[in-house]
Design a protein around this ligand. Sequence first.
Ligand SMILES: [Zn+2]
Length: 185
Amino acid sequence: MVGYHKNCKLCNSEHRATAEKMRQDGASLQKIADFMAEHGVTLSKVAVKRHFDTHFPVRDEVAKRYAEQSEAVLQEAVEKRLSDLELLDSMIERAYRMNALADDHIKEAVSTEYPVTLKNGRPMLDAEYKPVMRKGVPAKQMVDLFNGSMAEFRQALKLKAELLGESNGDAPIKIMFVDDLDDDS
Ligand SMILES: [Zn+2]
């Protein structure tokens, strides 16, 4: 921002803009002082310097604009990364759900039933129990879904860790499960 000071002879001169243009083109402080003297305004080199340092702070303005531009670029990069992370989060969530679904199916398919009888109101294993297999074999699509969703889940987690700068090279990613996907309660 261009400044102004009421006691500054340069600020108050009709030749201010010309002097500033000269300075931008490389004129020395002395040359500016001489130029002003030619137009009837006597001021010291120090006064000229003060004007250019504080009332015409090009460097400050450049630094400020540069910071603003940097900020804009940074902002853009952050938003891009945030939207990537959101996308990954939804992929992770979807893969997790698909995997849980397939897992339920597989467990259901291979689970065994144990015949029990009630004794004094408490379920007891039949003395001569024989596990009864149900269908025994999970549908192939479900096994494929389980494997596919697990791979997608791991891949998305890995990408997310990389985006967050938490990637630890080739070390395997640790996945925290809530103990079990089953909800038997
Ligand atoms: Zn000034």
